[in-house]
Design a protein. Structure first.
Length: 228
């Protein structure tokens, strides 16, 4: 087990961004060194990197030890310098790249021709976990004390900017005006410490829109699914 640090945000002032870049380089170097020691000791046949930080840290280590490197890319990089740098690294370091959607594939490949190393593999789901939809439906109503006459609208996502929670709450505000017997479940939680503010902003938005009594916020761990 190699603990992963959290990168500092670059979204503030220019001076803060310079410090953040320097700090992030230190974190990346430390993480790469830890991976180097692990790979030297374990001698794996293949390196599989499932997040941006690990992809960056493992790239040089994989080249050093001449190990096959697979990137599993889930996110779309913002247009501009960051995307161009990521696209360049895609061409230089991983032997294979797994992408989870056509949109991610287009983002990874950029404006150039398609890459043979990029493979589209959709995220899958165990449908057996939801084999009894009525049981799941009743279970959620019971767990959150939602009357049978209320409609349930749910959003499942990590709490982070760009996922669309603001739009979801604004849409809920419009729906409730015409259909007041609705409950909106926001299922998910923050992943990074700096995203705590975003969570508080969403709570404040729900209060501003006067829909707090219609919105139920629940983390993944607190949502009980039916068991076989």
């Amino acid at each position: 087990v190699c603990p992963m640090p959290e990168f500092a945000s670059l979204r503030r002032s220019f001076f803060h961004s310079l410090i953040a870049v320097w700090w992030n380089m230190l974190l990346l170097t430390r993480t790469a060194f830890r991976l180097l020691l692990i790979i030297h000791g374990e001698n794996p046949d293949i390196i599989y990197a499932n997040s941006l930080l690990v992809q960056l840290a493992s790239s040089f280590v994989a080249k050093l030890f001449k190990k096959p490197l697979v990137w599993h890319v889930h996110n779309i990089q913002p247009a501009g310098f960051r995307q161009r740098m990521f696209n360049m690294m895609v061409r230089l370091f991983p032997d294979k790249v797994i992408v989870v959607s056509k949109a991610v594939r287009d983002n990874v490949e950029g404006s150039r021709q398609s890459l043979s190393k990029v493979h589209l593999v959709y995220n899958s789901i165990d449908t057996e976990a939801f084999a009894s939809p009525q049981e799941l439906y009743n279970n959620i109503r019971s767990e959150f004390n939602i009357p049978n006459e209320y409609k349930i609208i749910t959003m499942v996502s990590a709490l982070r900017p760009g996922k669309g929670h603001v739009d979801f709450l604004k849409a809920a505000h419009l729906v409730i005006k015409q259909f007041p017997k609705c409950k909106f479940l926001v299922v998910g939680d923050v992943i990074l410490k700096r995203e705590q503010k975003y969570k508080h902003d969403l709570i404040g938005l729900a209060a501003k829109l006067s829909i707090k009594e219609h919105v139920i916020s629940v983390s993944y761990t607190h949502l009980t699914l039916p068991t076989n």
